[in-house]
Ligand binder design. Structure first.
Ligand SMILES: O=c1ccn([C@@H]2O[C@H](COP(=O)(O)OP(=O)(O)O[C@H]3OC[C@@H](O)[C@H](O)[C@H]3O)[C@@H](O)[C@H]2O)c(=O)[nH]1
Length: 332
């Protein structure tokens, strides 16, 4: 026997060969130059995968991926997902869509097209190349929730005529598409319902509360509070989100999963925290109360039991630590 190489090929019960799981996958990330997409690509490339990034640069930025310039395993394509594209991949993280209310409302029809046509094209691609697709849905599918905290079974309190409908109804329709492709065409899917997320690479002009308050405090201006400041949100740090997305893609669990940090805080308390971190000398004329924005959900907090049970995932970053990192990034 010496000198002879024995090849062990595992055979399944139905007589077919198992090929060993490929360590290196080819992965498509739509919206890959954006805030969430670029952090996810960092982690996929570090794991040794090969990544194709699609972005139309509406809110994404080339600088977010500058650290990978010249890396052979990253291919960046300027492309809008409302148009079909064919790429051979094993997995698709479909993230493309503006997420800040200001951005998605600025061209509501385009936002709806992105949700519907973009997801339709990506599901068609997943079907054709037999890739698994993870769809980035949102806590906004729960609308202005009358059930608190929000569990995945809750069907939401959403207005199909309000100014947020382009986003929340668009995402709901995209979820419906995903589950139709799963039932009808056996496409493997995951759906992440992502709650408010913040971190480095958010743009100062993003328009959401974290970057707005940080930018205002850093510039010594009062923090703009829309309405009474009693509305609540639950903020998760970007690294926690990307960990959740990676785990969800690995799992075979196909029902929607909330990915968020259940630590709930009011807008007013959040402003106090930002001021503590930025304004050591108490120089800022503190708060600048403004009219409330239409359709603004009054509270939001994820129930993350599913993520814990199905993925073994839970957030690791405290709001204090995550905000410290984010403010350091925005300051520099
Ligand atoms: O300057 C500001 C910005 C925001 N706010 C308030 O802060 C709260 C959070 O607002 P943001 O704009 O940051 O985010 P929203 O929760 O409204 O929407 C977000 O929800 C979840 C994600 O899927 C989306 O990225 C985004 O739509 C709201 O009550 C809003 O009125 C202020 O009081 N002042």
């Amino acid at each position: 026997m010496e000198g002879r190489r024995v090849l062990h090929i595992p055979i399944s019960s139905n007589g077919r060969f198992f090929s060993p799981a490929p360590l290196k996958k080819r992965i498509l990330v739509t919206g890959g130059a954006g805030f969430v997409g670029s952090h996810l690509i960092d982690r996929l490339l570090v794991k040794g995968h090969s990544v194709v990034c699609l972005d139309n640069y509406f809110t994404g930025r080339k600088e977010n991926l500058r650290q990978w310039q010249g890396t052979a395993s990253l291919e960046i394509i300027r492309h809008d997902v409302v148009d079909p594209i064919l790429v051979e991949v094993d997995e698709i993280y479909h993230l493309a869509c503006p997420a800040s209310p200001g951005h998605y409302q600025s061209n509501a029809i385009k936002t709806l097209k992105t949700s519907f046509l973009g997801t339709f094209n990506m599901l068609g691609l997943a079907k054709r190349v037999k890739a698994k697709l993870l769809f980035s849905s949102t806590s906004e599918v729960y609308g202005d929730p009358d059930q608190h905290p929000q569990v995945e079974e809750y069907n939401g309190n959403v207005s199909c005529t309000g100014i947020r409908a382009c986003y929340d109804e668009g995402k709901r329709c995209a979820e419906a598409l995903a589950y139709s492709y799963m039932r009808q065409d056996k496409v493997r899917i995951s759906v992440a319902r992502i709650f408010n997320t913040y971190g480095p690479r958010m743009r100062l002009s993003d328009g959401r509360i974290v970057s707005n308050f940080a930018a205002q405090a850093l510039a010594g201006r009062g923090l703009t509070i829309f309405g009474s400041g009693e509305a609540t949100r639950s903020f998760q740090y970007i690294q926690d989100l990307t960990s959740g997305l990676l785990r969800l893609m690995e799992s075979s669990y196909s029902s929607p999963v909330n990915i968020g940090n259940p630590q709930e805080i009011s807008v007013k308390s959040f402003s106090t925290l930002v001021l503590q971190l930025v304004d050591e000398f108490g120089n800022i004329e503190r708060l600048d109360f403004q009219a409330s924005v239409s359709d603004d959900p009054s509270r939001r907090k994820p129930d993350i039991s599913k993520a814990r049970e199905q993925l073994g995932w839970y957030p690791m970053w405290s709001l204090f630590d995550g905000l410290t990192e984010t403010i350091f990034y925005l300051r520099t």
